[in-house]
Design a protein around this ligand. Structure first.
Ligand SMILES: Cc1cc2nc3c(=O)[nH]c(=O)nc-3n(C[C@H](O)[C@H](O)[C@H](O)COP(=O)(O)OP(=O)(O)OC[C@H]3O[C@@H](n4cnc5c(N)ncnc54)[C@H](O)[C@@H]3O)c2cc1C
Length: 403
């Protein structure tokens, strides 16, 4: 099997549609909700209905974060599946606005977790639910094997106790996919994820954060106290299988890291397009047929940024393609996330620099994109954590051997 790097014909319509929506809805409202942090972006309700419609019609399977499910690999060749349509649409939408994309109803990272690991019965039961993802705790971020939230079996339920912080869409969502341990002494293998629906007694959204970027997106602290969750809301196997380790919950990341890479790539593309226009206005046009060092310094900077962008884009496509074709892609997913996260921050900040004072002010979105892109190098595993995973995979070391 080999990868064709062109956008498949069947997805071109979806990409164009997302680009139009990004231009007409997300871009237009980007500054409004950057300034009005915590206000609910009502414009998204209509959009979300459209994404649902695409999914229901089968034309846009995986038109958002909820679509990243692995299916059996086709026997007769290459699959361009829901992972690819998800990254392509997310990239376009983040060209419009990352914060608003993260606020899109029913397209939360919890939806990706459900799509990735839920049974068919659960998938049906949680259809239409907007799900956030809650892993991080006050004493546990990168070291996600160290979570303290507990899940205690009791009759037909589990009882959850603990505190989750920095939950994206945690205030607005309908449900949260919560990581909790069945037995702290049994380490990673005992960590399971549970779908906890809003309104469940014992689940309280305590506060929303004020942030550097993605201000349109709500980021919540949620406390669970004697919170009773039906046993059938556990995603994956309830057994503590030592040899499986973290595999169950970590499987989600193989699907979601390319999505976050796509967010960074989309946001960086927005900055590149803007700076290209500004350079053109100033009479500077990059020439792809001449070595960069023979050109105007700003044109050379642009060419260098584009090359970096392309590398991130290709890594993201590779990781996504592997997911669609049912190939193990942890290494590629982390490579894509690491490269895209770093390139996103570098490009957006460099574009601010190239645009001078115009880039720093609120008359353009350049300064906003520089703020928005930083989180994409932090959540779903920081830059350093992705590099650690890549190193472990390449050197064949376990997490105990290389920390
Ligand atoms: C806006 C926002 C939204 C978020 N959304 C969510 C969400 O929806 N769900 C969720 O669960 N979490 C979410 N998070 C949390 C995010 O995933 C964590 O912030 C991230 O995993 C890092 O954890 P930490 O902040 O505790 O930093 P730490 O883990 O304390 O890391 C601090 C620094 O040390 C570095 N570091 C840590 N360990 C190592 C190591 N072994 N080797 C080298 N360097 C290391 C890190 O890279 C980082 O630079 C969000 C955070 C923010 C800011």
């Amino acid at each position: 099997m080999s990868i064709n790097l062109e956008v498949p014909g069947k997805l071109r319509g979806l990409v164009k549609q997302c680009h139009d929506v990004a231009t007409q809805v997300l871009r237009r409202n980007a500054r409004k909700y950057d300034l009005a942090e915590h206000d609910y972006p009502v414009e998204l309700d209509m959009l979300a209905a459209m994404v649902d419609g695409l999914g229901a019609s089968g034309n846009g399977s995986g038109a958002g974060a909820s679509g990243v499910r692995r299916t059996a690999a086709a026997e007769d060749g290459v699959v361009n599946g829901s992972n690819l349509s998800s990254v392509l649409s997310i990239m376009e939408m983040c060209w419009g606005d990352v914060g608003l994309l993260l606020s899109m109803p029913r397209q939360g990272l919890g939806n990706s977790a459900i799509a990735s690991v839920a049974s068919d019965e659960q998938l049906k039961r949680f259809e239409g639910v907007w799900a956030a993802m809650a892993i991080t705790e006050p004493d546990c971020g990168s070291d996600s094997a160290n979570i303290r939230t507990t899940a205690r079996p009791d009759g037909d339920d589990y009882i959850l106790d603990g505190e989750k912080i920095f939950v994206t869409a945690g205030g607005r969502c309908d449900a949260v996919v919560v990581w909790a341990t069945l037995d702290k002494s049994k380490g990673r293998a005992a960590i399971k994820s549970f779908v906890v629906e809003k309104g469940t007694p014992g689940m309280v959204v305590e506060r929303l954060e004020h942030k550097l970027g993605i201000r349109a997106s709500d980021t919540a602290t949620i406390r669970f106290t004697d919170c009773r969750v039906p046993k059938e809301n556990l995603l994956g196997s309830p057994d503590i299988e030592a040899e499986q380790g973290f595999a169950g919950v970590m499987q989600t990341f193989d699907n979601t890291r390319p999505l976050v890479a796509a967010m960074a790539i989309g946001c960086a593309r927005a900055a590149l397009d803007e700076i290209e226009d500004l350079l053109k206005e100033a009479g500077v046009e990059p020439d792809y047929d001449r070595p960069a060092f023979t050109q105007h310094a700003a044109a050379a900077a642009y060419l260098q940024m584009e090359a970096d962008w392309e590398a991130a884009y290709l890594l993201m496509l590779e990781a996504t393609w592997m997911a669609d074709n049912n190939q193990p892609n942890s290494l590629q997913a982390s490579m894509a996330k690491a490269k895209a996260g770093r390139v996103g921050v570098d490009i957006t900040l460099r574009c601010v620099e190239l645009a001078g004072s115009f880039g720093y002010g609120e008359n353009s979105l350049l300064e906003k994109w520089a703020r928005d892109s930083k989180i994409l190098d932090i959540f779903e595993g920081t830059q350093q954590i992705q590099q650690l995973i890549v190193a472990r995979r390449l050197l064949n070391k376990s997490s105990a051997e290389l920390k």
